[in-house]
Design a binder for this molecule. Structure first.
Ligand code: HDD
Length: 696
């Protein structure tokens, strides 16, 4: 153990070593050393943690120094292989509580009693980038939740997009190889805008529906707290009478959904690569606990049979307008991990971790996932005993005859390590009554490598999504496709993609072709099944579906010398009343003087706090402050970007800056001359983005 132990080692003040003394006396730690004694992993007290053992003060280091060797050896092995996908992630602890009993559809105990709180650990991630990549590339986000139920762990390993790129798990390595950095050059990191990815997509039309989502603003979320989540694959629910239904799992953020604009995402990636991780951590630290409602779409066989697509096809969704989502409970994330590595890094999710009352469907993507996750944990965590790590260990009793293995942490007692046995009558035994029983779904059929005909339509739902979302979302999809395809070197890949886009929607294909300067160059795609026009589904929209709110958001207040203190205080109070946070920014982090010459502390310096880090901004200045700001490119950029990024803007006493930043006239800019004007600013800020400015 490398954590400080309440060891039997003597708790006495350690004397500085001679060597340390000869090199300049006591260090900080040595002087403060009244607490727990630093020891080796074997519990031997360490007298000097600053100097290795050497032959004389300037001589070579001695091999004998087991303290040095133990410390360096441990350090050399501090990293484990990062996840092959979803390497970059952030997580939190919390609990799930059902609103009502769901006994009629599932026997799962954690869904049976509204009084029962089930502990959870949720990890959000990007897919393509490495563990050290930025938080805001254009990418699907992972949304994985481990429920530590009283009947065992249930892992719901989903994404923030309800559909997937491929229909069969056998294509997953190809998909991931294509999207990750290219094999020869090792770039781009965490980005899909390159040839190999679009080559794959252009040859795999089944990916087009998910592509529409990945090119939408869903792939650049404002916050992990403001994303929807989906189980993606179809699962089954089984009740105590053995009756089964299909189910699609959904998560809905109580704060509503929000995304940033692409230009914001690019700038945030530079200004704060940990934007999402910091946002999640700080929200929980400040007790603004992220909340997500858990919803079920329960689908009986008859409804499934009547759908114009196959429920087993992970590239398809079931519109809420056909099967509504029933909200069954809420997850609250109320505790940050104590240690990133021990928890966020070592947590091991597996879709195969289910509990009685939940079962798999025959979805060929899910079936492959059932193998892959357990397998990957063996190489990532290095031992079949990964379930014994505290973050993975069930919180209910667990017992079986599995023994030994690398890093065994449990000390099994007794002789009986096999079953059946007569030696330990009180030992663990199978239980037909409480054990998991697989739903007896009939499966007899010929063994074939074949894709069902019912999976053949790759365009109808891509069209459904594109046509159902708001005009802004459609515009951004077109822009994202233009950006991504503009980064593709091989013209034929772009031409093939234009052919696919034309089938999804002629206007989309035409706009992207025009923006690429490739009108008339599309290579026609030949769908095996011609798309149909499905009834539009407004529920697929990202914007306008939730009530306007400023809750959980962050407003940046840039204060410059001579600002009006009364107005600033009123503004902060109004922002806090909305459940939002106000961040005080000044030219210098040391502080800023108000109109009465009183100095006030700042939380952030302007240079490190561009407006992309906030949901809305206000600038408060006196005449001297306005002059100083307009002479500062960072301040002009602050306001210009806020304007370009459609943020609500409040301005008080900063006409010169506003002029320089072209922030005069556009809708959503409020002149805050007096406290009564604050309401108008808050009104715009609640909307998230001032879309009218984009259209203008
Ligand atoms: Fe996967 C990780 C979600 C298809 C193989 N996947 C992983 C994580 C999420 C998803 C959220 C990160 C979990 C964490 O935070 O540790 N994956 C999905 C979804 C899919 C999907 C929603 C489609 C419905 N995945 C998928 C397929 C395969 C994998 C088809 C392989 C056949 N996924 C893995 C993996 C990972 C993983 C290689 C990497 C790290 C890990 O499992 O623990 O096994």
């Amino acid at each position: 153990m490398s954590v400080p132990q309440k060891s039997d080692a003597p708790k006495k003040k350690s004397a500085p070593s001679k060597a340390a003394a000869s090199k300049g006396g006591e260090t900080h730690q040595q002087a403060a050393g009244d607490g727990v004694v630093l020891t080796t992993n074997q519990g031997t007290g360490i007298s000097d943690n600053q100097n290795s053992l050497r032959a004389g003060g300037r001589g070579p280091t001695l091999l004998e120094d087991f303290i040095l060797r133990e410390k360096i050896t441990h350090f050399d092995h501090e990293r484990i292989p990062e996840r092959i996908v979803h390497a970059r992630g952030s997580a939190a602890h919390g609990y799930f509580q059902p609103y009502k009993s769901m006994k009629h559809v599932t026997s799962a105990a954690f869904l049976a009693d509204p009084k029962v709180k089930t502990p959870v650990f949720a990890r959000f991630s990007t897919v393509a980038g490495g563990a050290g990549s930025v938080d805001l590339p254009r990418d699907v986000r992972g949304f994985a939740v481990k429920f530590y139920t009283q009947e065992g762990n249930f892992d719901l390993v989903g994404n923030n997009i309800p559909v997937f790129f491929i229909q069969d798990a056998i294509k997953f390595p190809d998909l991931i190889h294509a999207v990750k950095m290219e094999a020869d050059r090792g770039y781009p990191q965490a980005g899909s805008a390159h040839d190999t990815f679009w080559d794959f997509v252009s040859l795999m039309p089944e990916s087009l529906h998910t592509i529409m989502w990945a090119m939408s603003d869903r792939a650049i979320p404002r916050s992990l707290r403001m994303m929807e989540g989906f189980g993606v694959n179809t699962f089954r629910l089984v009740n105590s009478a053995g009756k089964t239904n299909f189910v699609k799992f959904h998560w809905r953020p109580v704060l509503g959904t929000a995304a940033v604009l692409w230009d914001e995402a690019v700038k945030i990636s530079g200004a704060d690569p940990d934007f999402h991780r910091r946002d999640l951590f700080e929200a929980i630290e400040s007790r603004n606990f992220p909340e997500f409602e858990f919803g079920f779409q329960v689908i009986d066989q008859k409804t499934a049979d009547a759908l114009p697509f196959d429920v087993l096809d992970a590239t398809k969704l079931i519109p809420e307008e056909i099967v509504p989502i029933e909200m069954v409970g809420k997850m609250v994330l109320d505790r940050n991990p104590d240690n990133f590595f021990a928890e966020t890094e070592q947590v091991a999710f597996c879709p195969s971790h289910i509990v009685p009352g939940i079962d798999f469907s025959e979805d060929p993507l899910l079936q492959g996932r059932l193998f892959s996750y357990l397998d990957t944990q063996l190489s990532r965590l290095g031992s079949p005993n990964f379930h014994e790590l505290p973050i993975n260990r069930p919180k209910c009793p667990f017992a079986n005859m599995q023994r030994d293995g690398h890093m065994q942490m449990l000390t099994a007692k007794g002789r009986a390590n096999y079953e059946p046995n007569s030696i330990d009558p009180a030992g663990a035994r199978e239980s037909p009554s409480v054990g998991l029983r697989t739903a007896p779904i009939p499966t007899e059929a010929a063994k074939v490598r074949l894709r069902s005909e019912s999976f053949a339509d790759h365009y109808s739902q891509a069209r459904l999504f594109y046509r159902s979302v708001t005009p802004q979302e459609r515009k951004h999809i077109g822009e994202a496709l233009t950006f991504e395809l503009g980064k593709v070197d091989i013209p034929a890949i772009r031409q093939k993609m234009l052919g696919h886009l034309n089938i999804i929607d002629k206007t989309l294909g035409g706009t992207v072709a025009e923006e690429l300067g490739m009108t008339g160059e599309a290579i026609a795609a030949k769908p095996s099944v011609m798309p149909i026009d499905l009834d539009l589904s407004p529920a697929l929209r990202l914007y306008g579906k939730y009530k306007p709110t400023l809750k959980g958001r962050k407003v940046g207040l840039l204060l410059a010398p001579g600002f009006n203190l009364k107005l600033k205080n009123a503004l902060v109070a109004a922002i806090n009343k909305e459940g939002a946070a106000a961040a005080i920014i000044a030219l210098k982090v040391g502080g800023v003087e108000d109109s009465a010459g009183t100095r006030h502390p700042a939380e952030m310096a302007l240079r490190g706090s561009p407006s992309v880090m906030f949901d809305a901004v206000a600038v408060l200045a006196g005449p001297a402050g306005d002059k100083a700001l307009s002479a500062t490119p960072d301040a002009v950029g602050f306001l210009m970007d806020a304007c370009r990024h459609l943020k609500a803007i409040g301005l008080s006493g900063s006409p010169e800056l506003a002029g320089k930043a072209h922030a005069v006239g556009p809708v959503g800019i409020t002149d805050i001359g007096a406290a009564k004007d604050i309401a108008a600013f808050i009104g715009f800020a609640r909307e998230g983005k001032v879309w009218a400015r984009e259209s203008a």
